[in-house]
Structures are given as structure tokens and as C-alpha cells.
Design a protein around this ligand. Structure first.
Ligand SMILES: Nc1ncnc2c1ncn2[C@@H]1O[C@H](COP(=O)(O)OP(=O)(O)OP(=O)(O)O)[C@@H](O)[C@H]1O
Ligand SMILES: [Mg+2]
Length: 257
């Protein structure tokens, strides 16, 4: 959650960690993002809602340059990451992403799944990578499962390994794209609890989810997207209780049943 008590007078204090300016993304003739502008501040938890096909995943994928935006700018920690010379690997080190599918290596146990990118990308030694991996696995509640292989873990546990893997890179921002959508209902809670703890610990997070209770309790801001534009941007209270558009009201009513 946003560290609203931080009133430090440094000139950078109000600089957003991510500034998105008039972001557009098309696939051929299909316009998917149609001018998104948004500032995200350090420690903020932004939940992104919207109907299927509204561009939520494309938006997240542009943020860490899994997609190249068609036009517009994204400044991340002051650097324009849409610039042709932007170092995509460096961006992804600082911006972790967790997907609906966990994408763990089946032939590696949990700790080695978490060690791999640390060794390959950050060039950490085996021993340091292992130390960090064990620490991050403990943080997601899997200290006892570090030598289990993916097929010996539940979906929820596998997703928590994927979160530990992302955290081991010490990202400054975490993106979650429907991280709990592939899980059986009884496994969702453990993953949401980990996400909640991260938020409480001050992590900056952009979270696409259909979990309305998470959005209500944890989000500092809720964004509602439709047709590749932001149609609502406010506190959970504003968006859930007083949505500007009828469409948002209908969507929220539908997903909360
Ligand atoms: N690589 C691609 N090539 C062509 N069209 C794409 C591609 N990726 C996404 N799209 C299109 O962009 C639109 C938005 O897709 P996106 O996955 O961003 O939506 P979403 O809001 O995440 O939907 P969902 O809730 O179903 O995950 C869709 O119409 C989709 O078909
Ligand atoms: Mg999606």
C-alpha cells in the first residue's frame, strides 16, 4: 500500500515510478490500446479491471516491453523504456511479472527454479542465488518445499514459486496478470495472501485480477479499462460505490454476483 506517511521533501518524492503518456498499441489493423495515460507512484497498488479483450494484458505487457507500443511513452524510474535503445533486459530485472500460467521448469526443483534467472541474468554465484532463493521461498510460505518439483506442488504452491522467482530479482515493481485465475478456488487464497503481504511491505504493484475483495481491500487505486482506454480511475470506494459509467457498474455487479 502507498506509503502515504512519507512526506519527505526531496524534489523526487512526487516523481512517479512509472509515467505512461498516451500509450497506443495496435496489432495490424486492430487497435488495442487507444491512449492510456497514467502515473503510478512508489508503493502504490493499482488494480486493473475490465472486460475480456479490453486490453489489460496488452497494457501490462507494454509496461515491461513484452510488447512494443505503437506510440506513446512509458517512463520507468525516469527512463523512457519505449526508446529504441532502451535495455529490455534491464527493464525486466526491475519490473517482475507473474502470469496466469506459472511457467516453471519441470525438471528443476523449486529452489533451482528460483535460482536460475539470478545466475543467468544477475550473474549471482550459486551460493548467493541459493541463499536468496531460500529466503524468497520462505517469504511465500514454501520453506519446507524447496526441494519439491513442480509436479509435486499444487497449482497455488507453483504460483508462489513463480512469485518467489520474480522477487529473487529484487524488482522495484511487480506486475500480476490474473495470477490466481488458473487456480482451483481453494488455492486462490494462499496466493492472494502473499500478494497482500507484498503490498503491505511497500511493493509497487499493478495487478490485473477478478478478485474484487482483493481490489477493495488492497488497492490504493482501481482502474477500469474498456476498449483500450481507462474509463475509471479512483480509490476502490470511488470506483465500486460511485462509478462514473453505467458500464463499470454493470461489470462490477456481474463479477461480484
Ligand atoms: N499478439 C496479438 N496479436 C493480435 N491481437 C492481439 C494480440 N494480443 C492481443 N490481441 C488482441 O488485443 C485485444 C486485447 O487483448 P488482451 O489480451 O490485452 O485483453 P485482456 O483485457 O487481457 O482480456 P482477458 O480478460 O480475456 O485476459 C484482444 O482483442 C486480442 O485479441
Ligand atoms: Mg488478459
Amino acid at each position: 500500500m502507498a506509503a502515504s506517511t512519507n512526506t519527505a521533501a526531496s524534489p523526487q518524492a512526487d516523481e512517479p515510478i512509472i509515467r505512461i503518456c498516451d500509450l497506443h498499441k495496435s496489432f495490424g489493423e486492430t487497435k488495442v490500446l487507444n491512449g492510456i495515460s497514467l502515473d503510478i507512484h512508489k508503493g502504490e497498488v493499482v488494480v486493473v479491471l475490465g472486460p475480456s479483450g479490453s486490453g489489460k494484458s496488452t497494457f501490462l505487457r507494454c509496461l515491461n516491453r513484452l510488447e512494443q507500443p505503437t506510440s506513446g511513452h512509458i517512463f520507468f524510474e525516469g527512463q523512457d523504456i519505449c526508446a529504441p535503445k532502451a535495455d529490455v533486459n534491464d527493464i525486466r530485472k526491475r519490473m517482475g511479472m507473474v502470469f496466469q500460467q506459472f511457467n516453471l521448469f519441470p525438471h528443476l526443483d523449486a529452489v533451482h527454479n528460483v535460482m536460475l534467472a539470478q545466475e543467468k541474468v544477475l550473474h549471482r554465484s550459486r551460493s548467493e542465488a541459493k541463499e536468496v532463493a531460500l529466503k524468497e521461498l520462505a517469504r511465500v510460505g514454501l520453506a519446507e518445499r524447496s526441494d519439491y518439483y513442480p509436479d509435486e506442488l499444487s497449482g497455488g504452491q507453483q504460483q508462489r514459486v513463480a512469485i518467489a522467482r520474480a522477487l529473487s530479482m529484487e524488482p522495484h515493481v511487480m506486475l500480476f496478470d490474473e495470477a490466481t485465475s488458473a487456480l482451483d478456488p481453494e488455492l486462490v487464497r494462499g496466493v492472494l495472501d502473499v500478494m497482500r503481504e507484498l503490498a503491505t511491505g511497500g511493493m509497487t504493484m499493478v495487478v490485473v485480477t477478478h478478485e474484487m475483495s482483493f481490489a477493495r481491500d488492497v488497492a490504493d487505486r482501481v482502474i477500469f479499462m474498456e476498449g483500450g482506454v481507462i474509463v475509471e480511475d479512483g480509490t476502490p470506494e470511488q470506483v465500486f460505490e460511485h462509478p462514473k459509467s453505467e458500464r463499470t457498474r454493470a461489470f462490477i455487479g456481474q463479477v461480484t454476483g
